[in-house]
Design a binder for this molecule. Sequence first.
Ligand code: HEC
Ligand code: HEC
Ligand code: HEC
Ligand code: HEC
Ligand code: HEC
Ligand code: HEC
Ligand code: HEC
Ligand code: HEC
Length: 450
Amino acid sequence: MRKRAMLTGFILLILFAGSIVRAQTVPAAIKKASVAGTMARKPKISVQGQACLDCHTTSTPAIVQQWKDSRHYKQGIDCYSCHKANPGDPAATDHYGEKIAVIVTPKYCSSCHAKEVDQYENSRHAKAAQFIGSLDNVLGEIVEGAPMVQSGCRQCHGSTVESLGNGKFSSASWPNSGVGRVNPDGSLGSCATCHGRHNFSVAQAREPETCGKCHMGPDHPQLEIYNESMHGVLFKANREKMHLDSKSWIVGKDYSAAPNCVTCHMGGTPDHPESTHDTGTRLSWTLRPAVSIHQPNWENNRAAMQVVCKNCHASGLVDNFYKQYDDSVNLYNSKYGEPATAIMKKLTDAKAISSTPFDAKIKWDYYELWHHEGRQARMGSAMNGPDFTQWHGFYEVAKDFYMNFLPEAEKLLPGVTSDLMKSPDNTWIKGLTPEMIQQQIDYYKKRYNQ
Ligand code: HEC
Ligand code: HEC
Ligand code: HEC
Ligand code: HEC
Ligand code: HEC
Ligand code: HEC
Ligand code: HEC
Ligand code: HEC
């Protein structure tokens, strides 16, 4: 009996000590939020909202539970607060006596979150569904086949949602949470694409994997690059110190162990504590086209990104990093992107190839050169991923350029590469100097006795 009491006392002591330690390490913002969460009175739910809950607690219990775990629940934002139809929404429907919207568009969120919606609607994310004229679209829609587009491209970019009335939508257009979805009420995007539903958690939106749902793969491997970078390594190693669920999330104040996608592209800094939902405001280059160009306003954008870096690094490192990055983009442009593009134009002008995309081998070679390998090379340099800069990037670019693209161009129009091959960039292919060859022989002899 006494032993039992002592044991209980001991356990209580441990629990008490644990809570002190925790109280010291948890930042004030989180503490305030969780205290408010546990002590809050039961939130006030509207009469209409209660009716939704009465049925949905049995028909869709998990949705109700997710909502109960959210900050919305704590603030009394119920099913009806979001789903109550806006006047004039063409997709509104009658549902057990209430007019509701099944798709809660950014226009609905804007009644309470106007600033975020405004920034979002001005971003490129919001315009991502508008890719009809692109080469990628010809590839998806025509070469590969249209049904792919609804399960592929549009799940990332967004569909144009087609309402069939009665709260139903065409299966070709919904379900869909693409970043640039065109909604029946004319608003753009889907807030659930990063926030999920029905938690709408900021902590989850701040996870690199949330962005990586789209920002991955051969043509934009930002997640893989980040995971390879020292920044990504440190993020994983210091996960609990990142305080992702803190209400305020300012670099250098609420966390400092590592930056993630949101830190650099959206997050607040001590000088500019507001985060932004326009992810394009800190980019100086666009790394997407066959030849990279500067973004409009690129100097301001670059300065804004450097403000973020300089919370953790000194100017010397940041300035030199940007010099390395510019050198890499310029190398890609001048040695590969520009010459390959010029040769494609010469081939088209000479009618050695047609104007139809993807109907000849050289067009696939060229496409992969800039759209896959060339982007990996440039994006690797932008975000500290040396393996993407080199082995997935410039190595593949060089191999494709010298071994596929140039020989194929020569075959189609003899002489088309002659001028290019005289450039100092390419004379190596006629043979290295005897000294350089000897250097190699010596190296392997010394290192592996070969
Ligand atoms: C009388 C019971 C009942 C009430 C009241 C009710 N619902 Fe429903 N709701 C359902 C059922 C049942 C479904 C269909 C579930 C299914 O198809 O699997 C549904 C479906 C839905 C859907 C999805 C529709 C679709 O076609 O995909 C939404 C959104 C929804 N309810 C929201 C609400 C909201 C918001 C309220 C309160 C204003 C509410 N419901 C009130 C029973 C109810
Ligand atoms: C903060 C706003 C918000 C609140 C609160 C909210 N919803 Fe939703 N709901 C959404 C959004 C956004 C969608 C996604 C629709 C889309 O974009 O396709 C959605 C979709 C749905 C769907 C259809 C999609 C599916 O997964 O089948 C149902 C059903 C639904 N909500 C029920 C509810 C119920 C029940 C509640 C209350 C417990 C609730 N919602 C509270 C915003 C909200
Ligand atoms: C009727 C008002 C209202 C509507 C409509 C509404 N919200 Fe909220 N939202 C709130 C309030 C209030 C909070 C809590 C703010 C706080 O705790 O400081 C909140 C908090 C949030 C948060 C922060 C959650 C967190 O974990 O900190 C997100 C994200 C969010 N809302 C997204 C949305 C989205 C997306 C929509 C539309 C689908 C939406 N909200 C619709 C009122 C609303
Ligand atoms: C896994 C998600 C995903 C899929 C699937 C996808 N994309 Fe993309 N796409 C993206 C992302 C992310 C970017 C932006 C990359 C960047 O900024 O580096 C992008 C960029 C683009 C761009 C460049 C836009 C510009 O302004 O330069 C076009 C065009 C495009 N995609 C069209 C398509 C088409 C067409 C398909 C289907 C054949 C497709 N995408 C499939 C995620 C995706
Ligand atoms: C590209 C992903 C993404 C999309 C799409 C997105 N959000 Fe967010 N949102 C975030 C991230 C990340 C944060 C946390 C930012 C931070 O604290 O640094 C956030 C934070 C918020 C917050 C908390 C307050 C704040 O500004 O920090 C609200 C409210 C919010 N979002 C509303 C919305 C609404 C409304 C939409 C739709 C128009 C939306 N979000 C779309 C990623 C996204
Ligand atoms: C559902 C897919 C999806 C998700 C999730 C997503 N993005 Fe994007 N993102 C895109 C697409 C598609 C584009 C290209 C838009 C275009 O130019 O057409 C893009 C473009 C961008 C750009 C370039 C913007 C510009 O103005 O040039 C940045 C930076 C970016 N996203 C960052 C993020 C971050 C950070 C997150 C996570 C918080 C995120 N994205 C989540 C699909 C997504
Ligand atoms: C340490 C800061 C940092 C982190 C972390 C980071 N980025 Fe970046 N990102 C950059 C910089 C710097 C650039 C190049 C900006 C420029 O051109 O000036 C960039 C460029 C981009 C671009 C534009 C590519 C294009 O096609 O032009 C996208 C999209 C992007 N990042 C998405 C992401 C995503 C998604 C993550 C997380 C998986 C991420 N970034 C993590 C700093 C960062
Ligand atoms: C939240 C803090 C934080 C932010 C913000 C941040 N970094 Fe870092 N960065 C680090 C840490 C920590 C390291 C790892 C240093 C080490 O090797 O221990 C690192 C490493 C680096 C390295 C490798 C340095 C080396 O010696 O190899 C470069 C380059 C770099 N960061 C550039 C940037 C740039 C450019 C930005 C802004 C776009 C940025 N960082 C933003 C924390 C940050």
